[in-house]
Design a protein around this ligand. Structure first.
Ligand SMILES: [Zn+2]
Length: 303
């Protein structure tokens, strides 16, 4: 396959004397012998993505043909993220970078990575998705930014998967059939999930739920729900606004507050207690994306 680059082997491993490193070393040597071809070590071509739900979706399509490296780890907030050196290096060794679309750090990274690796191909996984505006603020405080949380929607996930398929077919046309079969299977799985959630939430049409940060706008749009967000212009709520937001959440009739550790402030829990709503911890930025989406749907359906 094309786009295969050898990565320099870390020398640090060989300097260590600890005996427990030996089995690891043997395993590494075995792996090298197995993958060596004409004395050169071959690595799987790599694609770098921004967030773990992308990694989950892309691996469904590429199987074992590509290694998928992810910029954000568990618990990172995409709106306040700064990449590590290792992550930046991984982009340099990648055949392509798959952007999720509207996260600030992607713009800076893509420019930098492209300068270091002019062959790097860049794909926008959100191409064709109708974005929601009015939930996020620009650094200047304008309320017209595209909501970046496109991955919290099963419908959007189908579009994202389709964009991924088109990209990998272009990167590796020899295996186009393999990727298409995987995509079709994944698409059917997503459609079944969407149908299931639609059935579960049909009686809840118009129902409100509370979040600290507006990360479920696309989910709310898909199923006719109302998202009530507590944070104030992306920050802690000033005291004078606190009562206003509590009243707003109370008036919405919401019975569940979703907590998300990447974004939440301690104020979220205090307000949840005050309102007497059920608090549910969610993690839509995790690799276990499909189960997280079901968890959100279940929490709304059960309340
Ligand atoms: Zn956000």
């Amino acid at each position: 396959m094309r786009f295969t680059k050898s990565r320099p082997m870390s020398q640090a491993v060989f300097k260590r004397k600890e005996f427990y490193i030996l089995p690891l070393l043997l395993a590494a040597i075995t792996a090298m012998v197995l993958t060596a071809c004409g004395g050169q070590v071959k690595h799987k071509p790599m694609i770098t993505v921004s967030i773990l739900p992308q990694k989950f979706m892309l691996e469904k399509i590429v199987g074992d043909k590509f290694e998928v490296s992810c910029m954000l780890n568990e618990g990172n907030n995409p709106e306040a993220y700064e990449p590590s050196m290792t992550h930046l290096m991984n982009i340099e060794y990648s055949a392509a970078y798959f952007c999720i679309g509207y996260i600030g750090f992607e713009y800076a990274i893509v420019d930098k990575a492209h300068a270091n690796n002019p062959d790097l191909k860049i794909y926008d996984n959100s191409r064709g998705i109708e974005v929601i505006k009015g939930t996020h603020f620009s650094p200047e405080g304008k309320h017209d930014e595209a909501d970046p949380h496109v991955w919290t929607s099963v419908t959007n996930a189908i579009a994202i998967a389709r964009n991924m398929l088109d990209a990998v077919k272009e990167l590796d046309p020899d295996n186009a059939k393999f990727y298409t079969t995987n995509y079709e299977r994944f698409k059917a799985e997503l459609e079944a999930t969407d149908t299931r959630i639609k059935e579960m939430l049909a009686p809840k049409h118009g129902t409100a739920f509370i979040v600290w940060h507006p990360s479920l706008s696309y989910f709310a749009r898909d199923y006719g729900l109302q998202q009530v967000c507590l944070e104030y212009e992306g920050k802690e709520i000033p005291i004078d606004k606190l009562k206003e937001n509590i009243d707003k959440a109370h008036a919405s009739g919401a019975k569940v507050l979703f907590m998300q550790r990447e974004f939440d402030s301690r104020q979220a829990e205090t307000i949840g207690n005050e309102l007497g709503v059920k608090m549910v911890q969610i993690n839509p930025l995790s690799y276990d994306w499909e189960n997280e989406i079901m968890k959100i749907a279940n929490a709304i359906a059960d309340n």
